[in-house]
Unconditional design. Structure first.
Length: 477
C-alpha cells in the first residue's frame, strides 16, 4: 500500500514537473506566441547564458531581431526588445532585475548601480544628481582646476615627451590613468587624487626618459583595472577625518565624497561610522571603475579610428583650432559626432540591461508579458539597426552631423530613463577634453592593434586591454 502511494505521489510529481517546466512554457505561457530563435529558449535560460559565455549572444540577438522584429523570447520568462517604443515603455520606470545585485562592493554594501529597489535607488540618486548635472559641471570652478591639473600639467608633458622621443604608447592604459586621476580628484579633492598619468603607472617613480626605449606598458602589477577596495576605503577614511577635523579644503574640495558623507551622517537614527564609510566607499569605487573603464574604452576606439584616417585627424585639428573656450567644448560638431559614433559602434556598456515587468504585467508590441518577466535591450543590437543607421558596421562620424530624430532616439550609449548613467556629462567633459589635448598637439598612428578587438561582454573593452599608438608632433606644434 505504502509503495503504491509512493508511486502515485512520484507519478503526480512527474506530471506536475512536466507540465510546469515543459508543457506550460512551450504551449500555455503568455510568451508562447513570441518568436523564439531556438526551441531550448522555451524551457531554459541556459542557452542564452551559454551564448553569452561564448561571446556570441550579441550577434545572435542581432540576427534574430533582424529576422523576427522588435520582440523575441530568449528564455522561459525572458524577452529581448529592440525598438524605441521598447526603450520608452521598459526603461522609464521598471525596476532593475536582481542580476544587478552582484555589483555591490565590500561584501554586499549597496551602491547606486547595484540597487534594485526603486525607492531606495531614487533616494541615493537624488543625493548625487546635482553634482553630476550638466549645468553644474559646466559652471564648476573645481572642474576647471581639475582639468587644468590633469590635462595641462600631467597629460600634456607626457604626450610631448612621447612625441619627442617617438615612443609608442598603450592608449587604453594611459587613459585609464587619466580617468582615475580625474575622478579621484573630483571625489576626494585634487590634493588626495591619484597621480598615475604623469608617473606613467610606475608608482612612486617619476616618469623618466630612461624607460623610453620600451613601448609604454605599466610595469606596476597592482591591479589598476579594479581600483582595490582597501585603497578606496583608506581614501574615504582620510577624507572623512579631514572633514570631521575641519582641515582646510586644499586645492579643490572632495566634492562627491562630501555630498555622500554629509547626507549619510545626517540620517536619523544615526548610522554607525563604519557603515557610513563603507557605503561611501562602495559608491565611489563603483563610479571610479565606471569612469576608468567607460572613458578609456571610448577614447581607445575614438583614437583607433582617428589613427586610421589622417584626413579625419586634420578635420578635427582644424575644428579644435577654431574653438575659443577650452572649458566648454560641447559645441564642436565634429568632436561630438566622433564621440557619438564611437559610443554607437563601440558602446562600453554593450550588454543586455535587464528589467522586470511590474506586478500588473506589461503589454509590449501587442504581447502581454506577465509579472516578473525579464525584459532587456542591448545597445550593441539597437546601434546596429540598419533601418536607422545605414551600413551600421561602418564607423562614420559624419552621419551625426545631420542626425535624424530617429537616430538620436535609438542611440543608447548611456542608457535612458530613471536608471540612465549619472556620469554621462562628467564622462563627456573628460572625453572631449582628452581628444582636444591629443589632437590639438599631436598626430597618432597605429603601431600595434593586437589585443584591441572589442569583447562582446556586458562591459565591452579591448580584449588584451591595449591599443598601441605612435605619437608625433602635429605640424605647427
Ligand atoms: C563613456 C563612459 C560611460 C558609459 C558609456 C556609461 C554607460 C552607462 C550605462 C549604459 C548605464 C546604464 C546601465 C544599466 O542600466 O544597466 C550606466 C549607469 C551608471 N553609470 Fe555610467 N557610463 C559611463 C561613465 C560613467 C561615469 C564616469 C560614472 C561615474 C561618475 C558612471 C556612473 C554610473 C552609475 C552610478 C550608473 C547607475 C545609475 C543608476 O542606476 O541610476 N558612469 N552607465
Amino acid at each position: 500500500m505504502n509503495l503504491l502511494l509512493s508511486l502515485i505521489g512520484l507519478g503526480a510529481l512527474a506530471v506536475f514537473l512536466t507540465y510546469r517546466y515543459l508543457i506550460y512554457p512551450i504551449f500555455f505561457s503568455p510568451l508562447s506566441k513570441i518568436p523564439t530563435p531556438n526551441p531550448l529558449c522555451y524551457i531554459t535560460d541556459h542557452f542564452s547564458r551559454y551564448l553569452s559565455w561564448r561571446e556570441q549572444e550579441f550577434d545572435w540577438l542581432l540576427k534574430y531581431h533582424r529576422q523576427y522584429g522588435p520582440l523575441i523570447r530568449i528564455g522561459p520568462t525572458s524577452v529581448s526588445v529592440n525598438s524605441v517604443e521598447g526603450l520608452r515603455q521598459v526603461y522609464t520606470s521598471l525596476e532593475k532585475h536582481p542580476f544587478y545585485a552582484q555589483f555591490t562592493n565590500y561584501n554586499g554594501m549597496p551602491n547606486m548601480f547595484a540597487t534594485v529597489d526603486h525607492q531606495r535607488h531614487s533616494v541615493q540618486k537624488r543625493v548625487l544628481s546635482g553634482i553630476y548635472a550638466k549645468s553644474y559641471l559646466q559652471r564648476s570652478e573645481d572642474i576647471k582646476s581639475i582639468s587644468q591639473d590633469v590635462f595641462d600639467q600631467r597629460l600634456t608633458p607626457v604626450l610631448g615627451h612621447l612625441a619627442d622621443i617617438q615612443r609608442p604608447v598603450n592608449v587604453f592604459e594611459l587613459f585609464q590613468f587619466v580617468a582615475i586621476d580625474f575622478y579621484s580628484a573630483y571625489a576626494f579633492g585634487l590634493d588626495r587624487s591619484t597621480h598615475l598619468t604623469e608617473n606613467h603607472g610606475h608608482e612612486n617613480r617619476p616618469y623618466h626618459a630612461a624607460d623610453s626605449r620600451y613601448i609604454y606598458e605599466s610595469k606596476d602589477r597592482r591591479d589598476h583595472s579594479w581600483f582595490p577596495e582597501d585603497e578606496c576605503l583608506a581614501l574615504c577614511r582620510a577624507t572623512a577625518k579631514g572633514i570631521d577635523e575641519k582641515q582646510p579644503a586644499g586645492s579643490t574640495p572632495p566634492i562627491i565624497f562630501e555630498k555622500m558623507y554629509s547626507s549619510l551622517s545626517a540620517q536619523n537614527p544615526p548610522l554607525p561610522h563604519d557603515t557610513i564609510l563603507l557605503t561611501c566607499a562602495s559608491e565611489l569605487r563603483d563610479e571610479l571603475i565606471a569612469s576608468q573603464e567607460g572613458i578609456a574604452i571610448t577614447l581607445t576606439y575614438a583614437m583607433y579610428h582617428l589613427s586610421k584616417s589622417a584626413h579625419l585627424q586634420s578635420r578635427l585639428r582644424a575644428e579644435i583650432a577654431s574653438s575659443t573656450d577650452i572649458n566648454d567644448l560641447s559645441s564642436l560638431p565634429l568632436l561630438n559626432a566622433l564621440i557619438h559614433e564611437t559610443l554607437r559602434l563601440h558602446a562600453p556598456g554593450a550588454g543586455r540591461q535587464p528589467r522586470l515587468s511590474p506586478p500588473s504585467g506589461l503589454t509590449l508590441h501587442n504581447h502581454y508579458l506577465p509579472p516578473n518577466t525579464s525584459i532587456s535591450s542591448s545597445s550593441y543590437v539597437l546601434h546596429r539597426t540598419s533601418s536607422v543607421y545605414p551600413d551600421p558596421e561602418t564607423f562614420n562620424p559624419d552621419r551625426w552631423l545631420d542626425a535624424s530624430e530617429e537616430m538620436k532616439r535609438c542611440w543608447w550609449g548611456f542608457g535612458s530613463g530613471g536608471r540612465m548613467c549619472i556620469g554621462n556629462h562628467f564622462a563627456e567633459i573628460i572625453i572631449r577634453r582628452a581628444l582636444v589635448e591629443v589632437y590639438g598637439r599631436v598626430e597618432t598612428w597605429i603601431v600595434d592593434e593586437k589585443g584591441s578587438e572589442q569583447t562582446k561582454t556586458f562591459l565591452a573593452g579591448p580584449r588584451g586591454r591595449r591599443l598601441v599608438l605612435g605619437v608625433g608632433r602635429a605640424k605647427g606644434q
